[in-house]
Ligand binder design. Structure first.
Ligand SMILES: [Zn+2]
Length: 176
């Protein structure tokens, strides 16, 4: 994605600052491409990068902060999740076309710039909690009633914290 390209050729050896921000169109683009991941409806995340350019290596210190909208795992209503974190990514010059090695990106030796959009997408997903749920009592009450009916009306009024309920939810999720 053009907005997330970082042009490193021409930079002097040493540290340089870059700032990016992902918004709704960013998530829509990934969704349209059918890229795997939690469905993110909207969001706004700022990425501040300190690039340390070495003779034959790029060191990206990435700080990110913002929020994204996902579906609540329990009531399926929209949930706003705050995310923040930092990560050090090493850019190695190589013709290898893989993103396999953790925290390393490979840049073809003749390239002048690197597209960071996929990296940002991955960092956002890594920052998401394994379970995205509303605070207790904040779930959509109508949906909770429906789910209760669907599950045979079992359970008390606080299924959200009932471990048996969570297990059921997991089973349900895995089938999709
Ligand atoms: Zn909820």
């Amino acid at each position: 994605m053009k907005d997330f390209e970082l042009k490193f050729s021409g930079l002097t050896v040493g540290k340089h600052q870059f700032n990016y921000e992902v918004t709704k169109t960013f998530f829509e683009t990934f969704q349209d491409r059918g890229i795997e991941g939690e469905l993110i409806h909207n969001g706004k995340v700022a990425f501040d990068i300190e690039l340390d350019k070495k003779e034959n290596l790029l060191v990206f210190d990435i700080f990110y902060n913002g929020s994204v909208n996902v579906d609540c795992d329990i009531c399926l209503d929209v949930l706003d999740i705050e995310i923040s974190g930092d990560s050090r990514i090493i850019g190695k010059f190589s013709d290898e076309d893989v993103w396999g090695e953790e925290d390393v990106i490979y840049i073809p030796p003749r390239d002048h710039k690197v597209d960071l959009s996929e990296l940002f997408y991955q960092l956002i997903h890594l920052a998401l909690p394994s379970k995205a749920v509303h605070e207790e009592g904040k779930c959509d009450p109508i949906m909770i009633e429906k789910l209760k009916e669907y599950n045979g009306g079992e359970g008390s009024s606080n299924e959200a914290s009932d471990p048996r309920w969570n297990t059921l939810k997991d089973l349900f999720k895995d089938k999709n």
